[in-house]
Write a protein that binds this ligand. Structure first.
Ligand code: NAP
Length: 332
């Protein structure tokens, strides 16, 4: 049995991770940290994920585990010392935040308006998308789990880029996310009265923090329009692409089949069939559909459960690779 520890276990992604690990046959959760719920038992916070005593982050010893998951908010100053300490003790790290996803510190500084807080750690980090970086993840000590929105842009776009199908390197990614994407902390924006029976766009254009990793992995210039859907979980992205004139439905289908036929968690629909959120909710799948609109133009739609393949499921997939387990263990 491998032993793992979870920092931020009481958040939305932390609980999802605990649910997945509870059915993982070769992993045992050795510690789970919380801030406001420190001292309580897990069963008091979420009844079906075991009964560990939740501890404060300072109380746990990462030397006692093989892997730590850091499910902490992206801007918490506590993250870097936690990651440093884990790596020094020999534990591997899967980080959920966007701190280590942008490989180039200059791009990080330009996008965030400040230097990277730990460039030495950034050098160690591997972008945690197994479908693109499987072999590097197997060897990694620090994996930066991807953002949830980027997954629904990168996986549909990379095969088109590699095939040379795009006529225009500027692509519009129009995404809709359930409110759990914003985490469990209270905020006016995600509170029931503000989201129920309404629908809104936010951070549109070139400002959302996930844009940099989408562009890093695709090499494209992306116009990104995220929206907040009045549902709890799931992301649906609609991507508008201009294609070279010779590309038709058959060519698109062939390129996606070639890219993903062997991928356990990427499912491509036949041309003209489009995926829905309910196809992926509570699963580790990404489903991609595509449809020609007119010659030279297509719409690609991708769906993911932001808490599973978009966060905790992908983290388990990465952990399986880092520990030499079969990649799908505990996820099918
Ligand atoms: N939600 C998603 O769909 C999603 C998808 C992909 C990636 N992510 C990323 O995953 C990370 C976690 O997201 P989440 O949605 O699970 O967040 P969340 O629901 O807000 O949970 C955060 C967790 O961290 C704890 N925490 C907060 N500040 C802390 C600190 N300074 N020291 C120790 N513990 C602290 C919280 O405890 P308290 O409740 O006591 O504050 C809670 O357990 C974020 O970086 C996020 O960007 C989220």
């Amino acid at each position: 049995m491998a032993r793992v520890g979870i920092y931020g276990a009481t958040g939305y992604t932390g609980i999802e991770l605990l649910k997945l690990l509870a059915r993982h046959p070769t992993v045992e959760v050795a510690f789970a940290t919380a801030r406001s719920a420190a001292g309580q038992r897990l069963s008091e916070v979420f009844p079906i994920v075991g009964d560990l005593r939740l501890t404060a982050a300072e109380e746990v010893d990462p030397a006692s585990v093989d892997v730590v998951f850091t499910c902490l908010p992206h801007n918490t100053p506590d993250l870097i010392p936690i990651v440093q300490r884990a790596l020094v003790t020999g534990a591997k790290v899967v980080d959920f935040s966007d701190t280590f996803r942008i490989a180039d510190p200059a791009v990080y500084a330009a996008r965030r308006g400040k230097p990277h807080p730990a460039p030495d750690l950034l050098e160690l980090a591997v972008y945690g998308l197994p479908e693109l970086h499987r072999e590097r993840i197997r060897q990694a000590r620090l994996v930066a789990n991807t953002g949830c929105y980027p997954l629904t842009a990168i996986l549909p776009l990379v095969p088109l880029v590699r095939a040379g199908f795009l006529a225009d390197p500027t692509v519009i990614v129009d995404s809709k996310s359930g409110v759990s994407g914003a985490g469990r902390s209270l905020s006016l924006k995600t509170h029931f009265g503000e989201t129920h029976e309404t629908f809104s766009a936010y951070n549109v254009g070139r400002v959302h923090r996930h844009l940099a990793e989408m562009e890093q992995e695709t090499g494209l210039h992306i116009i990104f329009a995220p929206h907040l859907l009045p549902v709890f979980r799931g992301i649906l992205s609609t991507i508008y692409v201009n294609l070279k004139p010779e590309v038709d439905d058959t060519a698109l289908a062939a390129v996606y089949a070639d890219a993903y036929a062997a991928e356990p968690f990427v499912h491509v629909l036949p041309a003209g069939k489009l995926p829905e959120l309910r196809h992926v909710q509570h699963t580790n799948y990404v489903v991609i559909g595509h449809q020609m609109v007119e010659p030279g133009r297509a719409i690609v739609v991708a769906v993911v459960d932001n808490l599973v393949k978009g966060a905790a499921g992908q983290a388990v997939q990465n952990m399986n690779l880092m520990l030499g387990f079969a990649e799908t263990t505990g996820l099918l």
